[in-house]
Design a protein around this ligand. Structure first.
Ligand SMILES: [Zn+2]
Length: 705
C-alpha cells in the first residue's frame, strides 16, 4: 500500500479523435443507435449501436438541452493482467485501478456533458458526446473494478454460497451508496459483498455505472472458465471416484487418443496423441470452442449420459451466444440451453465429489447475465477478451524483446506508439496509391517500364496447407462450389483406365448412368434402362485433389460481404503423408430444412469431363445416411455408412452442385478403448456410426437446425 507505481497513458481524447477521423472506418460506422428486426418483426441484436444501452444513452443525450442533437460516441475499454515470461525470469504488469483509470479517461470527461465538434470518417464535422461504454475484464479484475468482495458477483447481489439460486437483484452505484450509508464496513463485506473502502472510477463519470458496464466475456467466462476449469475437471474427478486412479487415468488417456483421432477438417486444430489436451492454451475463443465439441464426442460412452447432456447444453449456449446476429427467438433458445445446463450439471454434485458450494462459481454464474448483456450491448462476439488477448504478442512480447529489459514498460509503450504511427502512415500512403506491391516489383517496374505487380496476383496454390478456410472476398451471394484450378497430372484420362488406376471397377458404368440421368432429367427413375442404352464417355476425365465451397456465414471469420470459403479435399496423399477423403453435406431435398433434406457423402474422387459442349464437375462418393432423429444425449445427428444388398458400400456419382459444404463427422466411439495404432486419417473408414458435428462452425450450427 505504500509502494509507488508508474502509470503510462496516452491522451485518450487525442486517440479517440484520431480513430474517429480515420477514413478507414468510412463504410463501417453507425453514427446513431438503431433497432433491427428480423423477417418476422422480432427484435434482434448485433453490434453495440444496435443494442438497448446505446439507444438509452442517445435518448438521455437528446432530452438534455445542452447535448440535444449531438451524436453519441461510446468508449469500449478493457483491462487484463499480463505476464511477460522470458528466460531471465518474469515480469508482471498489473492493470491500473480506480484513480489511474479516472486519470486515463479524464481528458474525455468534458466531452461527456458538453458536445465537442469532431471530424468523422466520412469527412463531415459533427457534434459528439462521449460516454464510457462496456468494459471487458476477467473475473479477478471485475472484482477490483466493481469494488466487491472476492467470490461475489460484480453485477448482482446473489450470495456466493449459491450464486445461481435466482432472485438476485442487479447492483448499481445508487444502491451501493445507500447501503454504505446505512451499514458498517463489516456488514457490507459479509452480507452484501461490498467493499466500503473503494469507490469505482465510473462513479465520477456521467451516465456510467460499472456494474452495468462490465460486459460478457466468452473467452474467460465460458471457454476457459466454465468448460476447461470446471466441466473437464469435474469429469476427471468423476472418473477418479468411479474407477479408481489407475483405471481413470487409462480412460483419460483414451479420451486424449479419441480427441487426436477425429477426422481432419478445415480450420480444426489437431491435438497430437500423447499430448494431454488439457495443456492447450490460446486466446482464440473460436478455435477453442471447436475443442469443446471434439471433447463431447470423446467422453460419450465413458461417462453417464447426463454428463454428455450437460456438455451438449453448454455447447448450445456457447454457439448461440457466439453469433454475430442474435434474435429474440435466439435469446429464448439461450435461456432454454442455460436451464438444461443447470439441470444436467446436478449430476456432478455428489458423483464427482463436487459439492453444492463448488458449483457456485462466479465465472459460471456470469452465464446468467448473458441475456441482459446481449440486450444491452449486442453480440458478445464483438466484446470478447480474445480481441485484446490476440494482441498480446504484438503489443507485449515483441516490444519486450526489443527493450533493454530494464524499466521496460515505458520503452515498450513507446515502441507500440511508434508502430501505431507507422501503421497509420502506411494506410495513408496506400490510400494515395503509394506503397503498392513489393520493392522488388517496383524496381522491376522501373527497369521494365511496366506496371507494378499487384500484391494478390500470386497464383492460387492448389494444395496450400494454410489455405484451408477463411474469408471470401466480394459481396453476399449464393453458395457455390468449384473444383481446384489445376487438375492432377498423374491420373489416366479415360474412364476405363481411371477405374483400374483407382480400383473402382464400377466407375465407368456409374459415369455412363450419371450422364444418362443428366441428359434425361425427366426420365422415370424406375424405368428399366439397359446398360447399353447409357451414353458412352469419349472425352478426357480430369481429376482434382480439392474443391472450394463458398457460402454466406457472417458469424464465422468471413469477408466484408459475409462470405466464407473452405477447401474440401479428396487426396490420396495429403501433405505427402496421409490419404484425406473429406465428407460433405449433399442436398437431397432443397424444400426441407436441416438434416431432413441432407445426406452425407464421402468424396472418393473429384473430377470433370465434357459431353459435347457441356462440361460436368462431379464427385464419386460413398453415402452415409442419417437416422430419423438426433441422438438424445449429444443432440447430434448420427449417420451410418450405407450398403447395397451384396455387402458393398453404395457408390454414386453426383454433380458437384449438389454439395452444400464440408461436413465434419465425429466417430461414435462407444465404450470400448481405441486400438493403440488408430490414426486420424483412418477414422472415416473404421467406425460403424458417426456424429454429424453441428458445432464445427456457426454456419453448420445454423444450417443443421
Ligand atoms: Zn450475478
Amino acid at each position: 500500500m505504500t509502494e509507488d507505481y508508474e502509470l503510462c497513458t496516452r491522451d485518450s481524447r487525442q486517440v479517440l479523435l484520431h480513430q474517429i477521423a480515420s477514413s478507414h472506418f468510412k463504410d463501417s460506422i453507425n453514427l446513431t443507435p438503431y433497432r433491427q428486426f428480423d423477417g418476422d418483426g422480432q427484435r434482434s441484436w448485433s453490434n453495440l449501436m444496435s443494442a438497448d444501452w446505446s439507444w438509452k444513452q442517445a435518448d438521455t443525450i437528446a432530452v438534455d438541452p445542452t447535448t440535444h442533437g449531438a451524436m453519441f460516441v461510446p468508449i469500449v475499454a478493457g483491462s487484463d493482467k499480463t505476464t511477460v515470461s522470458v528466460a531471465t525470469g518474469h515480469q508482471e504488469y498489473h492493470p491500473m485501478y480506480h484513480a489511474s483509470l479516472a486519470c486515463v479517461f479524464n481528458p474525455l470527461k468534458p466531452g461527456m456533458t458538453t458536445p465537442e465538434v469532431v471530424k468523422c470518417p466520412d469527412g463531415h464535422l459533427r457534434r459528439a458526446v462521449y460516454g464510457l461504454g462496456p468494459y471487458i475484464a476477467d473475473y479477478p479484475e471485475q472484482v477490483w473494478l466493481a469494488a466487491i468482495v472476492q467470490g461475489w458477483c460484480p453485477k448482482c447481489d446473489a450470495h456466493p454460497k449459491n450464486l445461481d439460486a435466482g432472485g438476485a437483484r442487479q447492483r448499481n452505484h445508487e444502491k451501493t451508496d445507500f447501503l454504505i450509508g446505512a451499514w458498517d464496513p463489516g456488514t457490507l463485506w459479509d452480507d452484501f459483498g461490498i467493499r466500503a473502502d473503494i469507490v469505482p472510477f465510473t462513479h465520477g463519470f456521467p451516465r456510467a455505472d460499472i456494474h452495468e458496464l462490465l460486459s460478457a466475456d466468452l473467452l474467460h467466462q465460458v471457454i476457459k472458465g466454465t468448460f476447461k476449469d470446471h466441466i473437464v475437471m469435474w469429469v476427471n474427478e468423476y472418473l477418479m471416484e468411479e474407477h479408481g486412479e489407475a483405471a481413470a487415468l487409462a480412460i483419460i488417456a483414451d479420451i486424449d487418443h479419441r480427441i487426436s483421432a477425429v477426422p481432419a477438417f478445415p480450420g480444426l486444430r489437431r491435438f497430437p496423441d500423447g499430448r494431454d489436451f488439457m495443456q492447450w492454451t490460446g486466446d482464440d475463443s473460436k478455435a477453442l470452442m471447436k475443442v469443446c465439441i471434439v471433447y463431447l464426442g470423446a467422453i460419450a460412452g465413458h461417462v453417464p449420459s447426463e454428463m454428455v447432456k450437460c456438455l451438449s447444453a453448454f455447447l448450445d449456449f456457447c454457439y448461440i451466444a457466439r453469433r454475430n446476429f442474435i434474435t429474440a427467438a435466439n435469446l429464448n433458445e439461450l435461456e432454454d440451453a442455460l436451464a438444461r445446463f443447470h439441470l444436467h450439471r446436478e449430476i456432478f454434485v455428489g458423483t464427482a465429489g463436487v459439492t453444492g458450494d463448488r458449483i457456485s462459481l462466479p465465472r459460471q454464474h456470469s452465464l446468467m447475465h448473458y441475456i441482459r448483456c446481449i440486450r444491452l450491448f449486442g453480440s458478445p462476439n464483438g466484446l470478447c477478451s480474445s480481441i485484446t488477448e490476440s494482441k498480446h504478442i504484438k503489443a507485449v512480447k515483441e516490444p519486450w524483446r526489443r527493450s533493454s529489459r530494464f524499466k521496460a514498460l515505458a520503452q515498450m509503450l513507446l515502441t507500440n506508439s511508434w508502430m501505431d504511427k507507422l501503421a497509420a502512415a502506411r494506410q495513408e500512403f496506400r490510400k494515395l496509391g503509394m506503397m503498392d506491391g513489393t520493392t522488388a516489383g517496383y524496381t522491376a517496374m522501373i527497369l521494365g517500364g511496366g506496371q507494378p505487380q499487384p500484391r494478390d496476383s500470386a497464383p492460387e496454390s492448389d494444395d496450400d496447407e494454410d489455405d484451408d478456410n477463411g474469408p471470401a472476398l466480394g459481396p453476399k451471394s449464393l453458395s457455390s462450389i468449384e473444383l481446384a484450378r489445376i487438375p492432377q497430372r498423374q491420373y489416366p484420362r479415360s474412364a476405363e483406365a481411371l477405374a483400374e488406376y483407382l480400383d473402382q471397377p464400377r466407375f465407368p458404368n456409374l459415369l455412363r448412368r450419371f450422364l444418362y440421368n443428366q441428359t434425361h432429367p425427366d426420365a422415370d427413375i424406375a424405368a428399366d434402362v439397359h446398360i447399353d442404352d447409357y451414353p458412352s464417355i469419349h472425352s478426357r476425365i480430369y481429376v482434382y485433389h480439392s474443391a472450394v465451397a463458398r457460402f454466406y456465414a457472417p458469424s464465422d471469420l468471413c469477408g466484408t460481404g459475409g462470405m466464407y470459403r473452405e477447401r474440401i479435399r479428396s487426396n490420396p496423399n495429403w501433405r505427402g503423408k496421409f490419404p484425406r477423403y473429406d465428407t460433405v453435406f449433399v442436398e437431397t431435398d432443397s424444400e426441407l430444412n436441416g438434416m431432413a433434406g441432407l445426406t452425407i457423402g464421402r468424396l472418393l474422387l473429384l473430377f470433370s469431363f465434357k459431353d459435347g459442349d457441356r462440361a460436368y464437375s462431379c464427385a464419386l462418393i460413398h453415402w452415409l445416411v442419417p437416422g430419423n432423429k438426433p441422438d438424445p444425449d449429444t443432440g447430434m445427428w448420427v449417420v451410418q455408412p450405407e450398403y447395397e444388398g451384396n455387402g458393398r458400400r453404395t457408390l454414386a456419382i453426383i454433380n458437384l452442385d449438389c454439395i452444400a459444404r464440408a461436413a465434419h463427422l465425429l466417430p461414435v466411439y462407444g465404450s470400448s478403448f481405441l486400438p493403440e495404432d488408430l490414426h486420424f486419417s483412418d477414422a472415416l473408414d473404421v467406425f460403424r456410426a458417426y456424429f454429424v458435428n453441428p458445432y464445427i462452425d456457426h454456419h453448420s450450427h445454423e444450417f443443421l437446425k
